[in-house]
Design a protein around this ligand. Structure first.
Ligand code: AVJ
Length: 325
């Protein structure tokens, strides 16, 4: 018998739609208004994000891949894992470096993937089965609610890469990390990728690139809402903005209304009156202090074991245990 690919769907199109309606109604009627970043990633949005990861200004992906290229053998050895669990796996591109290291050590037994996008997940899972010849269990789910539904078994290394954790504010982050700690077993480890604090000028360039790919990515969320919720956003009447929030230590992406306008969201029976210059918050991307991270992880029951930065000190991978519970 060959390796098995299983796909488990926890987020159906219907439940996805309900949570989108709920998110958008809440966000567009809040003060200040916001749109949660999870809705960036339709097919076009996922493609644009992929393009962002190759931009000269967007150092994050290159820095993280560099650390993995240098340190994967050491990471998987210290984790002592035979099962890789990737959270928010996307295309699982960088994860291959971890899987190559596990395969080389002869310890790779199986892979679990969790992602919100079924199409991207199916493709990534299929490629991993072909390449590594091991069982892959793919779960279409939401990392905020479905961690405890992932299969146990084996010694697991949970990978949460790409600084996706930065999309959450401190309270949500604590909740999310605690969720990891609760879902993992004592012999499991978490590998967390975080972008580090640096010169704000470099951060701003990374989120407002010269080619305008990030602007297109940000504006695309309006098309997502037009398609899914029968809204009538006119992209021409909005402008991409990236702002460094000094107090919070995070980048904010916003969409600025160029003029006073009325936007209709048909599926929600909602009409939104935007003022000239009013800004809708679409994403926060927190930047971390490498000396504060162990405390934050420890508070969530995930004691830091080791960490690795790239040579420039731009990005950090931290390996944490799953505590004593
Ligand atoms: C995928 C959430 C880590 O915050 O850097 C890239 C998304 N937004 N450019 C990030 C993103 C604008 C990215 N994360």
């Amino acid at each position: 018998m060959g390796p098995n690919l299983t796909v488990e769907v926890l987020v159906t199109p219907e439940s996805r739609r309900l949570s989108m309606e709920d998110d958008i109604r809440t966000g567009l009627t809040a003060d200040p208004r916001f749109i949660p970043p999870v809705w960036f990633y339709d097919e076009v949005g996922s493609r644009l994000f992929d393009e962002i990861t190759r931009l000269p200004e967007y150092y994050l992906t290159r820095a993280e891949r560099g650390i993995l290229a240098d340190r994967s053998a050491e990471i998987v050895e210290r984790a002592g894992a035979d099962t890789l669990v990737e959270i928010g796996s996307g295309t699982s591109d960088k994860t291959r470096l971890l899987l190559d290291a596990m395969a080389a050590a002869g310890t790779l037994h199986s892979v679990v993937l969790l992602d919100i996008s079924e199409e991207v997940l199916r493709e990534a899972a299929g490629q991993l089965v072909d390449r590594y010849g091991v069982d892959v269990h793919a779960v279409v789910g939401d990392l905020r609610s479905d961690l405890d539904k992932l299969p146990g078994g084996g010694r697991q290394l949970w990978a949460f890469l790409g600084s996706t954790i930065g999309n959450f504010g401190p309270a949500e982050r604590h909740q999310l990390l605690t969720g990891f700690g609760n879902a993992m077993r004592p012999s499991d480890h978490l590998l967390l990728g975080t972008d580090l604090e640096k010169d704000p000028a470099r951060l701003l360039a990374a989120y407002d690139d010269a080619e305008g790919v990030t602007a297109a990515f940000n504006l695309n969320v309006l098309s997502v809402l037009n398609d899914a919720l029968n809204a009538d956003f006119d992209r021409q009447r909005f402008e991409h903005r990236a702002v460094w929030n000094t107090g919070e230590r995070w980048i904010e992406m916003r969409l600025r209304s160029r003029e006073a306008q009325l936007v209709d969201v048909g599926a929600l029976d909602l009409s939104v009156e935007l003022g000239a210059g009013e800004e809708v918050l679409t994403e926060i991307s927190a930047k971390f202090d490498r000396h504060a991270l162990p405390g934050e992880l420890g508070a969530a029951g995930l004691p830091a074991v080791a960490s690795w930065a790239d040579r420039a000190g731009d990005f950090l991978l931290t390996l944490a245990g799953s505590g004593t519970h």
